[in-house]
Design a protein around this ligand. Structure first.
Ligand code: NAD
Ligand code: AHE
Ligand code: ZN
Length: 375
């Protein structure tokens, strides 16, 4: 089937703010250094909703969204050596070429090789592999997992053991790895350190999980939804605070009191710029670090008194937790298989592809951690 375009279903976002349309799409064969994947399962992440809303400056339409997917390699283009047909794989929106300045720096997981074309919604050669209703359809985050078949660059995919089912593996493609990596890889939370996690959805619960792994001291979950307390405690949070119920003081003042001077590490997992400020200001003077994970809409900006930084607090951020997908995801899969990493627990909802709009609605309701879509 290498030379023919496959006709299958995809959820197409024809325009910002409109429901996705599940319809036939032609998926062209992979060109050189490309891989065609049969997606078995995909998660739905808030970033998909963010781009669909029209607030993402990089969002263009029509497009096949989705970036948290796992499946099986169907065919590969010329020159592909890292995966072969039949391999079980996870798609990587943060690729890893191992050749660019970024990959070689040893300082970041951000790979520069295809970032420009990825941001424009096209493959590295500037064209798209999707066609529907006679029109070219754009790719999303180099992955486009809301399609039964997708084509990705060979640096945007990692093979993993089939021992992990694809309905679990897909969640390592974004939410779980993002939060866990932020705690373990980016912040490198130390034993006994006090941590506050703002927003305990899939990403925040994963930060909690990483903090537990690194033996943090206090792990304070902060969420405006009281229903999240039980979830946070289940993942190992030691405290829970609902900031909307504090009387006469700010959440940063409250956390500073609770921790005798401020947290060693804080994480924003909300995408709210006011929360990002609170998270920075809740850090301990002299050394506290705040990690921005949430994605804020175009036009939003963060602010604080520069004095907060002058006095030693550090503001940083990460994408995909700072994890290098091809190098590190197989290890995370092993951790899952040996019971060291929770994954199953994140799945609260399931939908078939035909009901993907329902999956978006469920994601926005307060009782959903992750909805997994079967293709
Ligand atoms: P989610 O909606 O499941 O979780 C967000 C949580 O924040 C919810 O529990 C909500 O009640 C809580 N919240 C909202 N406003 C709050 C406030 N003012 N104070 C405290 N809590 C508040 O979302 P998610 O899937 O966990 O994603 C979280 C964010 O991370 C999103 O912005 C998403 O786009 C972003 N994200 C970033 C990366 C990355 O690589 N940087 C990867 C994945 C997701
Ligand atoms: N296109 C958006 C930015 C969105 C964004 O920051 N995406 C994260 C991943 S979120 C996953 O759920 C990311 O990978 N960022 C690094 C990068 O290179 O995009 C905008 O605002 O322009
Ligand atoms: Zn995501």
């Amino acid at each position: 089937s290498r030379s023919i375009g496959l006709l299958h279903w995809a959820a197409i976002a024809w325009a910002a703010g409109e429901p996705l349309s599940v319809e036939d799409v032609e998926v062209a064969p992979p060109k050189a250094h490309e891989v065609r994947i049969q997606i078995h399962h995909t998660g739905v992440c808030h970033t998909d909703a963010y781009t669909l809303s029209g607030k993402d400056p990089e969002g263009a339409f029509p497009i096949v969204l989705g970036h948290e997917g796992a499946g099986v390699v169907e065919s590969v283009g010329e020159g592909v050596t890292s995966v072969k047909p039949g391999d079980y794989v996870i798609a990587l929106y943060t690729p890893e070429c191992r050749e660019c300045k970024f990959c070689k720096s040893g300082k970041t997981n951000l790979c520069g090789k295809i970032r420009a074309t990825q941001g424009k919604g096209v493959m590295p050669d500037g064209t798209t592999r999707f066609k529907a209703r006679g029109k070219d359809i754009l790719h999303f985050m180099g992955t486009s997992t809301f399609s039964q078949y997708t084509v990705v660059a060979d640096i945007s995919v990692v093979a993993v053991t089939p021992k992990i089912a694809t309905d679990r593996a897909c969640l390592l493609g974004c939410g779980i790895t993002t939060g866990y990596g932020a705690a373990v890889e980016t912040a490198k939370v130390e034993e006994g350190s006090n941590v506050a996690v703002f927003g305990v959805g899939c990403v925040g619960l994963s930060v909690v999980q990483g903090a537990v792994r690194n033996k943090a001291g206090m792990i304070i979950a902060v969420d405006v939804n009281d229903g999240k307390e039980a979830w946070a405690r289940k993942f190992g949070a030691t405290h829970f605070v609902n900031p909307s119920k504090l009387q006469g003081k700010t959440i940063q003042e409250h956390l500073i009191e609770m921790t005798d001077g401020g947290c060693d590490y804080t994480f924003d997992c909300t995408g709210n710029v006011g929360v990002m400020r609170a998270a920075l200001e809740a850090c301990h003077k002299g050394w506290g670090e705040s990690i921005v994970i949430g994605v804020a809409a175009a036009g939003q900006e963060i602010s604080t008194r520069p004095f907060q930084l002058v006095t030693g607090r550090v503001w940083k951020g990460c994408a995909f937790g700072g994890i290098k997908g091809r190098t590190q995801l197989p290890g995370l899969v092993d951790d899952y298989l040996t019971g060291k990493l929770k994954v199953d627990e994140f799945i609260t909802h399931r939908e078939p592809l035909a009901n993907i709009n329902k999956a978006f609605e469920e994601m926005k309701a307060g009782d959903c951690v992750r909805c997994v879509v079967s293709m």
